[in-house]
Design a protein. Structure first.
Ligand code: XBP
Ligand code: MG
Length: 259
């Protein structure tokens, strides 16, 4: 039986990634580092999950001779980036993606558990939730974030931690993801995955998701169907999710066809 919905954050709850990019760039400027990451470079760097790991990958590949000195400054650089990102989110520039608030409200009203499993740092999650849910009405029962997992996505650790905190098995939940690494992580934790493609994942293979769509959809604003299970009226509702989950063949997966 379906008992919980487990959401990724960046690219899934909201289109946050460009704000992460801007926050990195502002931190670089403030600290006198002569780089500005353009969107195309950032899309490439996003193959490495986690901001600290992404920065480390960048300096090791683009500035290998200075890498040791730059890595020693990682806590300072990433700490400033996190504070800048928090300030940008607080200013209200990020809205939840289509269908997120609606599906979360439907699940809450039905007494279903809600969880977050994300690579991003916890202060970033708090900032996004504070900006988008009324004070004292945060719908998520469990948040598993950032360095709480030993290994970041695509390893399954963060989804496994969310399931452990929920006290349920992977066959009792559905995961929502936007990236290839996130899908891999959720699948390896045993969860069925719905993929909603995001601004920074247009070229990602969404293989393994049982349904790949543009977004969750809203009544009157249906989503685009990409592959796999399709949803009545182009809207993922709790009732349609339950129908799929409780009537499915658990071995059902979207075949590998390069979505
Ligand atoms: C996406 C990420 C994150 C953010 C940056 O995570 O890789 O690292 O880009 O956040 P997800 P930090 O899709 O799992 O939410 O700088 O705090 O790591
Ligand atoms: Mg994501």
């Amino acid at each position: 039986m379906l008992k919980a919905l487990v959401f990724d954050v960046d690219g899934t709850l909201a289109e946050t990634e460009d704000l992460h990019r801007q926050a990195f760039n502002r931190a670089f400027s403030a600290l006198g580092l002569p780089w500005q990451w353009e969107p195309a470079l950032y899309a490439d760097l996003l193959r490495v999950m986690g901001g600290k790991e992404r920065f480390a990958h960048y300096v090791e590949t683009a500035h290998p001779r200075d890498a040791e000195a730059l890595l020693a400054r990682l806590p300072e650089i990433h700490g400033l980036k996190t504070r800048i990102y928090g300030g940008l989110v607080e200013s209200g520039v990020l809205r939840l993606r289509p269908g997120i608030a609606r599906l979360v409200a439907e699940a809450k009203a039905a007494g279903m558990a809600l969880a977050i499993a994300t690579t991003t740092s916890r202060p970033n999650v708090d900032a996004l939730l504070d900006a988008n849910f009324p004070e004292g009405a945060r719908p998520f029962d469990v948040i598993a974030a950032g360095d709480e997992a030993a290994r970041k996505k695509p390893a399954p650790d963060i989804f496994l931690l969310a399931l452990e905190r929920l006290g349920i098995g992977p066959d009792e939940a559905v995961a929502f993801e936007d990236s290839a690494a996130g899908i891999r992580s959720a699948l390896d934790a045993g969860l069925p995955v719905i993929a909603t493609r995001s601004r920074y994942t247009p070229s990602h293979r969404l293989d393994g998701a049982f349904s790949a769509i543009s977004d969750l959809g809203e009544p009157g604003h249906p989503h685009g169907h990409i592959a796999g299970v399709s949803w009545p009226g182009g809207v993922v509702t709790l009732s349609a999710l339950r129908d799929w989950h409780d009537g499915r063949d658990p071995s059902e997966r979207v075949p590998d066809r390069g979505m």
